[in-house]
Design a protein around this ligand. Structure first.
Ligand SMILES: [Fe+2]
Ligand SMILES: [Fe+2]
Length: 205
């Protein structure tokens, strides 16, 4: 799987093994938070569609993405029902907020930052999906095996869109450096000890 391999080389650090080891004891939180992440991925795409109505090719891409993420949400919901997991409110992980704190206010850098954020979140999700298939029973892990390819594609689409927009706007002189700042934040958020188990949490301390 070429796409999945490129996700691993993009990220600066692998998820800590301690996070994967904790998964079997936290399956309800994993599934609920994963369902929330799929909803959030769809709503992030939708909010970008409201803000950037002049970016027609991007609108098509985001619209397809939002539909796909909602389909994933339905798949997680079905799995939760099959596993007898009750959908309750869970506070979000610090991860998404931590990454979004880096987004610049000024355009066109702001949109490029949002696209970088999207790429990093999708890459990290894909990497976790890969590891989850190792530690979950087959009736749950099967979903994660099936979702890997689409998240790797979402990662590539977001990253390509960021590069394309930067080429036309010249917003960043050194885009790889800017991407590196988000990857550094991701590495910190994913490896630093956390208090609650979530889909994008660090290892529990
Ligand atoms: Fe998804
Ligand atoms: Fe995705």
């Amino acid at each position: 799987m070429a796409e999945v391999a490129c996700v691993q080389s993009f990220l600066r650090v692998a998820s800590p093994e301690a996070w994967f080891e904790a998964v079997p004891e936290h399956i309800p939180e994993l599934l609920i938070d994963h369902a929330n992440c799929e909803k959030k991925a769809a709503s992030t795409a939708l909010s970008l569609m409201y803000r950037y109505v002049d970016q027609v090719p991007l609108l098509h891409q985001l619209s397809r993405l939002a539909r796909e993420e909602l389909r994933h949400f339905e798949q997680v919901l079905d799995l939760m029902q099959a596993q007898g997991v009750r959908y309750i409110q869970l506070s979000p992980a610090r991860y998404a907020q931590g990454l979004h704190a880096l987004v610049t206010k000024q355009e066109p850098r702001r949109l490029i930052d949002h696209l970088i954020c999207g790429a990093v979140v999708e890459a990290r999700s894909c990497e976790r999906f890969m590891g989850l298939t190792r530690v979950l029973p087959e009736d749950i892990g099967g979903l994660y095996a099936s979702l890997q390819k689409s998240e790797a594609r979402h990662f590539e689409n977001y990253l390509t869109a960021a590069h394309r927009l930067n080429e036309t706007t010249q917003a960043y002189e050194d885009l790889p450096h800017r991407i590196g700042e988000f990857l550094k934040a991701d590495a910190d958020l994913i490896t630093r000890t956390d208090t609650e188990f979530r889909f994008h949490s660090g290892p529990l301390g």
